[in-house]
Design a protein around this ligand. Structure first.
Ligand code: ADP
Ligand code: MG
Length: 280
């Protein structure tokens, strides 16, 4: 069995890509679950008004339920809105509700509008610095204010990339946005990880996408790829991650290995990546 060492301080990771349907939520939920399955303490924050990560974790998030929306609006703390997942004793979830869809407009005129999540996160982590090994933020498919809040609250970005013909389209814009955020708001931000999702080992295209991305982003893209699997897409409708829904299947194994790779990246590698990134 793989050894999942505890990171020396909380790792804060946003799962982001402005394209919809590339596997952001699936990756956020299943990496969080795989890490929790190995005993690490995880906070999963749903920052997408659609609330898909909340659904996948079986956490209630109807309109009006307490959610990350209340946190951004300053009414509640993260501590007050998080709830424990049913399936893992060390995994907490901060749900998103559809109310969040109005937040971009409502928050647009606040002076510190890009740092609302960051401020709330600081408060949580300064009250209990050892509470979490990881905070994983699932982002909406946009480059709007909610995503900006996520990027200002983390140190790392994990970009899921679907193995498809248009895989690289839009990636340049995403990386440009991330570097703008890094220069203007959050110097500690780095793209630490790319993960190829919905990989079909029977097609040449999948392999070509993987090879091309590995060439361009050597050291960032995980060796593990996530296979296309019906079980992975079914799990959310049972309020479960693939880790509990089909623990021995290819999907759970792949997300387990991806989580292991993420956790194995030592601080020196992350520092190296961050230096390279700043040089660009
Ligand atoms: P995003 O959050 O980027 O919009 P999702 O994680 O919601 O993307 O995934 C989009 C759709 O693809 C969902 O229906 C999801 O269940 C499905 N999906 C994601 N990953 C896989 C996979 N590895 N195999 C099969 N279906 C997948
Ligand atoms: Mg999503």
């Amino acid at each position: 069995s793989l050894d999942f060492a505890k990171p020396s301080s909380t790792r804060l990771i946003a799962v982001a890509n402005q394209k919809g349907g590339v596997g952001k939520t699936t990756t956020a939920v299943n990496i969080a679950s795989a890490l929790a399955d190995h005993g690490l303490s995880i906070l999963l924050v749903d920052m997408d008004p659609q609330g898909n990560a909340s659904t996948a974790m079986g956490v209630q998030h109807a309109e009006g339920d307490k959610s990350v929306y209340d946190v951004l609006e300053g009414r509640l703390t993260l501590n007050q809105v998080r709830s424990r997942s049913e399936h893992f004793p060390t995994l907490d979830v901060v749900p998103a509700s559809i109310d969040l869809s109005g937040a971009e407009m409502e928050l647009a005129n606040l002076p510190d509008r890009n740092n609302l999540l960051n401020t709330a996160m600081h408060q949580l982590l300064s009250e209990s610095p050892t509470a979490y090994d990881y905070v994983i933020v699932d982002c909406a498919p946009s480059l709007g204010l909610l995503v900006l809040n996520a990027l200002c609250a983390v140190h790392e970005v994990l970009i899921p990339i679907q193995a498809e013909y248009y895989a690289l389209e839009g990636l340049g814009q995403l990386l440009h946005t991330i570097s703008l955020v890094q220069h203007n708001f959050n110097p500690s931000l780095t793209v630490s990880t790319m993960l190829i999702t919905m990989y079909d080992k029977r097609t040449l295209l999948s392999k070509e996408v993987f090879d091309e991305i590995q060439q361009h982003y050597n050291g960032i893209v995980l060796n593990t790829t996530i296979p296309r699997s019906v079980k992975i897409s079914e799990a959310p409708s049972f309020g479960q991650s693939i880790i509990t829904y089909d623990p021995h299947g290819a999907g759970a194994v792949a997300y387990g290995e991806a989580a292991y790779e993420v956790n194995s990246r030592s601080e020196s590698v992350l520092q190296q990546l961050s230096n390279n990134h700043q040089g660009n």
